[in-house]
Design a protein around this ligand. Structure first.
Ligand code: ZN
Ligand code: FE
Length: 241
């Protein structure tokens, strides 16, 4: 049974992603804060079954203790990062499958931003929860991993079906766009995506979720043909003002 997904704004530019099953059960991915998530959960019946974590950074996990205390939600995260994640009820590794409210999520390796970063692909619902690996028109900073790892991670995500919804951790699309257009100034799909993002933000809407098809067409990081190119544009973005 397919899930629906909704972004919940947290902190200044984070999104926690609320998953809802047809029977009303709820899960959330990467809660940066508990209060904004609890407000939505309570408005939808007051029960949260599951919390999925992509990586250990505070802006993705800080809401976990409050949500566990309030709802008794079970927590799923990477076995490799168990030592630096909140206590896990289920520790998973790339290649594993996780039951998410009756749907199956495949756990994908997505190292690069951190070592041990994972993504969740819920194929029956066309949902990708990718944390800080892939952003719309960008990718995560290489804080722990290498360009080689990020290249492999982005290739894995690019191979998902085009209609897959890209549910990433941050509203970075407009700032990513300013850099992306310097890399591919003649990319028509990129220009169209930038216009779409400006219109979305002008009306106060999230620019997310994006889709894998859109990112394949418009995201210079996902489109980088080799590791060296990805490393070069990632470094360029790091120093871009
Ligand atoms: Zn992060
Ligand atoms: Fe983050």
């Amino acid at each position: 049974m397919a899930l629906t997904v909704t972004p919940i704004p947290c902190l200044s530019d984070n999104y926690a992603w609320l998953l809802r099953a047809a029977d009303g059960r709820l899960a959330v991915c990467d809660p940066a804060e508990d209060a904004p998530v609890a407000a939505v959960v309570d408005s939808m019946g007051g029960k949260l079954d599951l919390i999925l974590l992509t990586h250990h950074h505070g802006d993705h996990v800080a809401g976990v203790p409050g949500l566990v205390a309030r709802y008794g939600a079970k927590v799923v995260g990477a076995a490799a990062d168990r030592h630096r994640l909140p206590p896990l009820d289920q520790a998973v590794s790339p290649g594993d499958q996780v039951d998410v409210l009756g749907s199956t999520a495949a756990v994908l390796a997505s190292d690069g931003h951190t070592r041990g970063h994972i993504a969740f692909h819920i194929a029956d619902s066309h949902i990708l929860l990718c944390g800080d690996t892939l952003f719309s028109l960008g990718c995560g900073r290489l804080l722990e991993g290498t360009a080689e790892q990020m290249f492999a991670s982005l290739a894995t995500l690019a191979a998902l079906p085009g209609e897959t919804l890209v549910c990433c951790g941050h509203e970075y699309t407009e700032s990513n766009a300013r850099f992306a257009i310097t890399v591919e100034p003649d990319n028509a799909a990129l220009k169209a995506r930038i216009a779409e993002a400006h219109a979305q933000r002008a009306t106060g809407k999230p620019t997310l979720p994006s889709t894998i098809a859109s990112e394949r067409a418009a995201n210079p990081f996902m489109r980088a043909p080799d590791i060296a190119t990805l490393a070069r544009i990632r470094a360029g973005k790091d120093s871009f003002r």
